[in-house]
Design a binder for this molecule. Structure first.
Ligand code: ADP
Ligand code: ZN
Ligand code: ZN
Length: 762
């Protein structure tokens, strides 16, 4: 299919050539009603080669063939209907190469790069207009003077009225607060606010929605004087910009090294140039403090997006951006699609976060999409992270990104001291508890000193791996070098290739009988804590305790208020929150995440451990971190303990190169689902064969490799069977070729029950 490679980076030159298809799929009225389905038109000969995705055209539509405007979403040689039934495109409306046109282009690129339907891609990049009644927006206004408020705050603290204290604390700083920040991030109930209102402390007022999403009366803050490192980054980015150079920049800086301050000054520079900025921050890190910093700097020129906004509210944000009412939007990955007329800069903080990858079709990655969007809009892109993704760092070392490193913590404070405990040794010396002797000692010590403790279980998903408690040996697939997952009935299964075997009676390496699936969950840990340390006050945060919408914030606030000695949790507690009274962090079994059966497990473990290590000692007292593990010799663990990113990267990239994993190579998972097991099996077998045929004709020196089909990690959900085919290749294009072939094969079948999805670099 010509045109199918458009926009693909690796396709390079092909991108310049315009598609030469004979048919155009056209969407009428995008972003107005629900994006419906595309209609196909013939392209008159004189227009062939001129039309491309994103262009606005005139077409005859409906019974009377009334002229309407539509957007080209795809140019193809594949007729969907008999030729004689199709009408011709009437004209190209060039002046409409607008925000909508850009969005359609971006959607077309996403469709090609990630595999999805055009409609799904369009729905991702375009807001759906919904009629929305004018809503009221509430704000909280301080009625007392600052001094009176502070006095009252002191009283509330003495009386342990912590919710009241939180509002008052904020009101000591600001005379006016947005209601939803107080009820949401500060987690203060309506009842508390009502009683403060009745006491005459504050008033609650409404104004029409979205005129002023947030208004802070407090003196707007100007920037701090930047450090030498910081101003070097700001100056290079801005001078590149002024000289017309558009680059991608990666700031590798530990937490507290001043990255956010750099973003703020860059945004300021962009606003001075009449440009707008998109700031991507993982939702979990969108804390009240972070938002406040942006509001203080840019006032009501900034707006926030998050997943709790309804479609109508999102649409409203889009409109405000389009009309030029705001300069900065902050939000998770979907904020990328806010249509600024003059986008100058995209900032992507914590670029390594896995939440930047979409879990629904199209499964786009925000970093790659941001890079493409920046190109399309002629904007700069700044990535920041304390533990950059392998992908970003690889590109930086290749010279594709400009790398900046910030190594100093600006707020002072020393890094915590980290020790590794060998759990095999503990067992050998007779300690069968989840807590090593060292960790027990330190927990007791901290409890005695009334300091706080965080304990992590870096576990994800259910599929447990099997390891030897005695020597740490992990049962692995002989074909894929990933750990086998334990299933019912003593079976062990590889989720990449389907290899299956039974659990042996004793360890193949040391013959010990302690060969077990690792099952300890956060709840068991909490129970054991109570058994071992009677009277300990604990809080637990995991998938179970955070089902409801605000429970996440409630648990964190309770812990911050000193409501517990120990916070036990999964990886969700390692992110983004500062607890100055925490002086001990323990990772209970660091290898848990190391044995996730996928190639990113080493990277994920390194990131989690580095973040966990950063949790202790944020205040003035020094912190200690204990990492318990069955594999103390693993490089992810060693380098996380010494907080040495570069050393970790060097070892990890060797492993990626050997396996042709991203970023050294690429992988595509083809997920086939369907209610009929046999049909699903057959379809996936046929697709795998198709992929192997592409592989055979592949002209690349290193051919793509097709693995499977096999049962997916979760083989059946809700009686829908799931099969997966993995394709690995050195060039991304080799994979999109396979994807295109599969799509071409599937298209005429018009399958109803079976569904095929693509996931690149899963
Ligand atoms: P990061 O985003 O890398 O975690 P921040 O930008 O939040 O770092 O900075 C960490 C702390 O240092 C913040 O409290 C911030 O106010 C402070 N800070 C940042 N830059 C400066 C500066 N140039 N001078 C003084 N303090 C700074
Ligand atoms: Zn395998
Ligand atoms: Zn063993």
């Amino acid at each position: 299919m010509p045109g199918s490679q458009a926009g693909l980076k690796e396709a390079g030159k092909e991108e310049q050539k315009m598609a030469k298809g004979r048919y155009a799929d056209i969407i009428i009225d995008i972003s107005h009603e629900k994006v419906d389905r595309p209609f196909q038109y013939k392209i008159p000969e004189k227009m062939q080669g001129k039309l491309e995705a994103g262009m606005c055209v005139q077409i005859p539509f409906g019974q009377g063939s009334r002229m309407r405007q539509g957007y080209v979403v795809e140019v193809t040689d594949q007729p969907r209907f008999p030729d004689e039934k199709q009408k011709f495109v009437a004209a190209i409306v060039t002046e409409y190469m607008s925000a909508e046109g850009d969005a359609v282009k971006l959607a077309a690129w996403m469709k090609e790069t990630y595999g999805s339907t055009m409609i799904a891609a369009l729905k991702t990049v375009l807001p759906v207009r919904q009629t929305m009644k004018q809503r009221e927006k509430k704000k909280i206004i301080r009625l007392l003077t600052k001094e009176e408020t502070c006095a009252l705050l002191g009283e509330c603290i003495r009386k342990h009225q912590s919710a009241r204290a939180r509002v008052l604390q904020a009101l000591c700083e600001e005379a006016e607060l947005p209601y939803e920040l107080v009820s949401g991030r500060l987690n203060v109930s309506a009842a508390v606010l009502k009683s403060l209102k009745e006491q005459g402390v504050l008033s609650i007022e409404s104004e029409s929605y979205y005129r002023n999403p947030v208004k802070l009366e407090a003196a707007r803050e100007t920037g701090r004087e930047l450090s030498r490192e910081q101003s070097l980054i700001r100056d290079s980015v801005l001078s590149d910009y002024d000289a017309g150079r558009r680059e991608v920049y990666l700031i590798h800086g530990i937490t507290g090294s001043g990255k956010t301050e750099v973003y703020l000054s860059l945004i300021e520079g962009m606003i001075k140039r009449g440009k707008q900025c998109i700031v991507l921050i993982p939702e979990i890190a969108l804390t009240y403090q972070t938002l406040l910093r942006f509001y203080k700097r840019f006032g009501d020129r900034v707006s926030v997006m998050n997943s709790t906004l309804s479609a109508g509210e999102k649409y409203d944000q889009w409109q405000r951006a389009r009309k030029g009412e705001i300069d900065v939007i902050i939000g998770p990955r979907s904020a990328l699609f806010v249509p600024f007329p003059n986008l100058g800069l995209i900032v992507m903080d914590e670029e390594h976060e896995s939440s930047y990858k979409s879990e629904t079709m199209p499964r786009y990655h925000a970093r790659e999409t941001a890079e493409h969007l920046a190109e399309l809009k002629n904007a700069s892109l700044v990535l920041g992270s304390a533990t950059p993704s392998m992908e970003a760092y690889y590109r930086a070392l290749e010279g594709k990104y400009k790398l900046f490193t910030m190594e100093r913590r600006l707020t002072g404070g020393t890094l915590a001291s980290v020790s590794i405990v060998d759990l095999r040794q503990e067992l050998r010396e007779g300690n069968r508890s989840i807590f090593s002797r060292k960790l027990q000692e330190l927990i007791e010590d901290r409890m005695g000193r009334k300091e706080q403790i965080m304990l992590f279980l870096n576990r994800r998903g259910y599929a447990g791996f099997v390891s030897c408690r005695s020597c740490g040996y992990v049962m692995k697939c002989p074909h894929c070098d990933v750990s086998l997952s334990q299933h019912l009935g003593g079976r062990m299964v590889c989720h990449y290739c389907g290899y299956e075997t039974v659990l042996p009676g004793k360890c193949p390496s040391c013959s010990s009988p302690y060969l077990l699936g690792f099952k300890a969950g956060t709840q068991q840990i909490e129970e054991q804590l109570h058994r071992r340390f009677p009277g300990v006050r604990t809080l637990r945060m995991d998938g179970d305790t955070t089902r409801t919408k605000d429970s996440y914030g409630k648990i964190l606030t309770a812990f911050a208020d000193g409501g517990a000695d120990v916070l036990v949790g999964t990886q969700m507690i390692v992110k983004g929150h500062d607890f100055p009274n925490v002086t001990l962090a323990g990772v209970l079994a660091a290898d848990l995440s190391l044995n996730d059966s996928d190639y990113r497990s080493g990277e994920r473990t390194f990131q989690l451990l580095t973040q966990a290590a950063g949790r202790a000692g944020r205040g003035t007292r020094p912190g200690e971190v204990v990492i318990q593990t069955y594999r103390p010799e693993h490089y992810s663990i060693i380098h996380a303990a010494s907080q040495d990113y570069r050393a970790f990267y060097e070892e990890e990239i060797l492993y990626r190169k050997m396996g042709a994993y991203s970023p050294a190579g690429h992988m595509m998972a083809v997920l086939v689902t369907g209610p009929d097991e046999k049909k699903g099996q057959e379809l996936s077998a046929r697709l795998a064969e198709l992929a192997r045929n592409v592989e055979k004709t592949d002209k690349e020196e290193k051919k793509a490799v097709v693995i499977g089909p096999a049962r997916a990690a979760i083989g059946k959900i809700n009686d829908i069977y799931r099969f997966v085919i993995y394709c690995k290749a050195f060039h991304y294009r080799q994979l999109t070729e396979i994807k295109d072939k599969i799509e071409e094969y599937l298209f005429p079948l018009g399958l109803k029950e079976e569904n095929v999805q693509f996931d690149f670099n899963p």
